[in-house]
Write a protein that binds this ligand. Structure first.
Ligand SMILES: [Zn+2]
Length: 263
């Protein structure tokens, strides 16, 4: 009984840790495009500018305890903050379950790499959604993760990674040059950096998942007349979705697909 309770407590702690990290990523998503300092300045309500008290900074819980509103000005707090924090907690547990925990019950290095990548993808997706910009610093972080992965995931050889870097990004670059505005430079760089991290096999399902989900979104927006054919939309969030799924299941999806086609 005591062991079960302690284990439950450990999982709650792990979830909370992941939620705290993603709570900080919420700050990055919100402040980076506005030029505000990420490390300085206490968190404040965007409505009344009131500095938030510690109780209002508890990831996931404070949103529910405050009934989704600011305690000062009663402005509705976007559910996105809550969703990102919950996703962070779930991502931490998922990476641990997938790649294992190391000593002291904290994430193994491979799980930590996966968790970091999911964090970077989340920031990229939301900033791109808000501003249609993908900052180069995130591509650099992904390349650094890829360098760490050379040791941590040796099943992907160097040629595998180098082909991964160009297999999707080069055709995208060709399309962007042929059709102005087909893809943004940030999207292409994201696929190049991620290909270096994931290896070429995972990149095929990644781009297909991105195109399918992005295409569905486009059709839905066109059908609701919220977008015209000439409008551009942020493709980064859909690429991030495809890349996140492909990071864990890319090789399997490709193998399954090839088997289903009898190739
Ligand atoms: Zn307020």
């Amino acid at each position: 009984m005591l062991i079960t309770l302690l284990q439950a407590l450990l999982y709650i702690l792990r979830f909370s840790f992941g939620a705290c990290i993603f709570s900080f990523l919420n700050v990055v998503i919100y402040r980076l495009p506005t030029g505000e300092s990420i490390t300085h300045g206490r968190s404040h309500c965007p409505g009344c500018n009131r500095t938030l008290t510690p109780i209002e900074l508890i990831p996931c819980l404070s949103y529910l305890l405050q009934n989704r509103r600011c305690r000062g000005c009663k402005m509705k707090i976007s559910g996105r903050y809550f969703a990102v924090e919950c996703f962070g907690g779930a991502a931490f547990l998922y990476c641990g379950a997938f790649f294992g925990y190391g000593e002291w019950g904290i994430l193994s290095l491979r799980a930590l790499l996966a968790f970091t990548y999911l964090g970077v993808l989340t920031v990229i997706a939301f900033i791109d959604w808000d501003t249609r910009i993908i900052y180069d610093r995130f591509h650099i972080i992904i390349i650094l993760l890829g360098i760490a992965a050379v040791w941590l995931s040796p099943e992907h050889t160097l040629p595998d990674r180098l082909i991964g870097a160009v297999i999707v990004s080069l055709p995208m670059l060709g399309l962007a040059l042929a059709i102005a505005g087909a893809f943004g430079g940030g999207d292409i760089k994201l696929m190049a950096a991620s290909g270096w991290l994931l290896g070429w096999r995972a990149m095929i399902p990644a781009i297909f998942l991105g195109l399918i989900t992005g295409g569905c979104y486009c059709i839905w927006m066109l059908a609701r007349k919220k977008m015209t054919r000439k409008d551009h939309f942020a493709f980064g969030p859909f690429l991030a979705l495809g890349l996140g799924a492909a990071f864990f299941y890319g090789d399997e999806i490709l193998r399954w697909y090839l088997a289903a086609c009898n190739i």
